[in-house]
Design a protein around this ligand. Structure first.
Ligand code: SF4
Ligand code: SF4
Ligand code: SF4
Length: 273
């Protein structure tokens, strides 16, 4: 990695669900339309991340936790409680430290960039689909009628010319913050402290820990409820974690098989003498 590792800190406590991030991503990356079907449960009309949805804004309507003011906490906001609240969160590829999608790609279409991000190159992808089940977050997907896999590139072309990603640029509330990952982690920890001081004790970070099952995410989040409420796995693990041990066992088994064959030939030869 020749450049400082960069990433996203998505602070869902200030997301207003405007979907500017989704639109900016579509426009900049010329991503085709993806059906626009409402779930019937909320204002969510993209439903999930996929080959043609690289940012997905989740809308979760739920009763306000008891004794808690509503978010966003704007200046002058009385915090009047209507009994319901919206949780909104703009999801994206996590650009994992240990990315299983990279491990399994046989063509080198998926690669780690000089910025520490994970990019898939559409002109090299052969459509094998190995990366799809390898991703512990269900992010990458093959585009129907095309077969190749697509996902967020963290706007690799923009980073190359010193521009921030289109979604971060378009976000009006700075819910999506882009920058050096270490700085973002410090900023996020301060934001959690600030929210705890104002009584939002459920605020916590997701994907920021370098010791977690994927070595920490390049795109991490401040959440106001459990990860599964937002459709995120509570304890993601890199799916290729056990591969080295499996290869070691397979190698040992192959060696003992070869040893057994050699021994039987040796014994057979001795018997003929
Ligand atoms: S979230 Fe999935 S697609 Fe994105 S880098 Fe991690 S493993 Fe790859
Ligand atoms: S970084 Fe670029 S490609 Fe990724 S979600 Fe944002 S706009 Fe889309
Ligand atoms: S642009 Fe920002 S505020 Fe609007 S939906 Fe996306 S993350 Fe939320």
């Amino acid at each position: 990695m020749s450049e400082e590792r960069v990433g996203f800190f998505t602070d869902t406590s200030v997301c207003i669900g405007c979907k500017a991030c989704e639109v900016a991503c579509k426009e900049w990356n010329a991503i085709p339309e993806d059906g626009l079907s409402l779930t019937g449960m909320s204002y969510d009309n993209t439903q999930a991340l996929g080959a043609s949805t690289w940012r997905h804004v989740a809308f979760i309507e739920q009763p306000t936790p008891e004794g808690r003011t509503q978010l966003p906490l704007a200046e002058g906001d009385s915090g009047a409680d209507s009994g319901m609240r919206w949780l909104m969160s703009s999801d994206v590829c996590k650009h994992c430290t240990h990315a299983a999608c990279l491990d399994v790609c046989p063509t080198g279409s998926l690669f780690r960039t000089e910025f520490g991000t994970v990019v898939v190159q559409e002109d090299i992808c052969n459509g094998c689909g190995y990366c799809v089940p390898a991703c512990p977050y269900g992010v990458i997907e093959q585009r129907p009628a095309d077969g190749r896999a697509f996902k967020c590139t963290m706007c690799y072309d923009r980073l190359g010319v010193g521009q921030e990603p289109a979604c971060a640029k378009a976000c009006p509330t700075e819910s999506i913050q882009f920058g050096p990952l270490d700085e973002l982690r410090e900023r996020a920890a301060l934001r959690v402290d600030q929210l705890h001081e104002t009584g939002v004790t459920e605020a916590h970070l997701y994907g920021d820990d370098p010791e977690d099952g994927v070595g920490g995410d390049g795109a991490f989040f401040l959440l106001l409820d459990k990860p599964e409420v937002y459709g995120l796995p509570p304890d993601p693990v890199v799916t290729t974690r056990d591969l080295p041990t499996m290869w070691k066992h397979a190698g040992a088994a192959a060696l003992s098989l070869l040893g057994g064959v050699a021994l039987s030939f040796a014994l057979a030869g001795k018997g003929r003498r």
